[in-house]
Design a binder for this molecule. Structure first.
Ligand code: NAD
Length: 279
């Protein structure tokens, strides 16, 4: 399929994981790709991978929590390729497991700045360009934690619920302008993000509710398996499909939402989670 021939895409967090897979998928389907990441070395590696599949990519350093940095990213897309048609606002970070009352102000601010303000900043910079063109498609990366609470991940879950609400609102505001805005809610996916997990669920006795503890243990188990690349699916009862996703499976959903195959879809957050949201 060449659904994105002649189009320009920007992907944040494109140096790794889901963002890298989506940058590659956009390129494989014909788009020029602006590979944006705070990490320069891995971002440039993504550019090389795009070039290996015959695509055209440009790296730009961005910190999505900094609006002026994000505005520069969009300027690079327009200056380099003449416009901006597709955006995957995907960069995000994860925290250690701590209950809400133990989150530090600095940790709260940093996580919300990257995961929620970052998505807002991207859309603030992207939407005027797309509105001027009268066309465009945006996909934000939320999470399963944006649909349900997750014990020990209060700031992360709050940020991702925020992404879902922001996605709906931006979709409504831009629906009549030819610009669609959707999100994906990935389930557990084999990427580097879970290596950011620190000391596990912390003091179990401090997580009051049983379901929160279960969630924390489940996520820790997934994280450990991810780090050890030991995907023994027998214990993964929590994902009905009994496995962790590959980043390419997220990229497929992003590509669908950005394509004309989804021309009547806006304002939705699509779970890509092996059936978790149905449980
Ligand atoms: P990853 O760590 O492999 O990739 C994240 C990328 O974002 C990295 O390249 C990192 O350098 C970049 N990044 C971090 N902070 C940034 C900043 N301030 N500005 C620009 N770039 C920044 O992780 P991933 O799993 O591919 O994560 C992508 C998105 O998917 C995140 O929003 C994450 O919350 C979401 N997500 C992941 C999972 C999972 O299980 N992997 C599940 C649900 C949601």
């Amino acid at each position: 399929m060449n659904r994105f021939d002649g189009k320009t895409a920007v992907v944040t967090g494109a140096g790794s994981g889901i963002g890298r897979a989506s940058a590659l998928r956009f390129a494989e389907e014909g788009a020029n790709v602006v590979v944006a990441d705070v990490a320069e070395e891995s971002g440039r590696e993504t550019v090389e991978l795009v070039e290996e599949v015959g695509g055209d990519a440009t790296f730009v350093t961005v910190d999505v929590s900094d609006l002026s940095s994000v505005e520069r990213m969009v300027e690079v897309a327009v200056e380099t390729y003449g416009g901006l048609d597709l955006a995957h606002n995907n960069a995000g970070i994860l925290t250690d497991f701590v209950e809400v009352s133990d989150i530090t102000e600095a940790d709260w601010d940093r996580l919300l700045d990257v995961n929620l303000k970052g998505v807002w900043a991207c859309m603030k910079a992207e939407l005027p360009v797309m509105n001027e063109q009268g066309s465009g498609a945006i996909v934000n990366t939320a999470s399963e934690a944006g649909l349900v609470g997750m014990g020990g991940l209060g700031s992360y879950s709050a940020s991702k619920h925020g992404v879902v609400g922001l996605t709906k609102t931006a979709a409504l505001e831009n629906a009549s302008r030819g610009v669609r805005v959707n999100a994906i809610a990935p389930g557990p996916t084999k990427t580097n993000i879970q290596s950011g997990l620190g000391g596990g669920p912390g003091d179990a006795s401090s997580i009051a509710l049983l379901d929160r503890l279960r969630t924390a243990v489940r996520l820790l188990r997934i994280a450990v398996r991810t780090l050890r690349a030991d995907f023994d699916t027998s214990a993964m009862r929590d994902v009905p499909m009994d496995r962790i996703a590959d980043p390419e499976e997220m990229a497929g959903a992003v590509a669908f939402l950005c394509s004309d195959d989804a021309s009547y879809v806006t304002g939705h957050t699509i779970p890509v989670d092996g059936g978790q949201a149905a449980d």
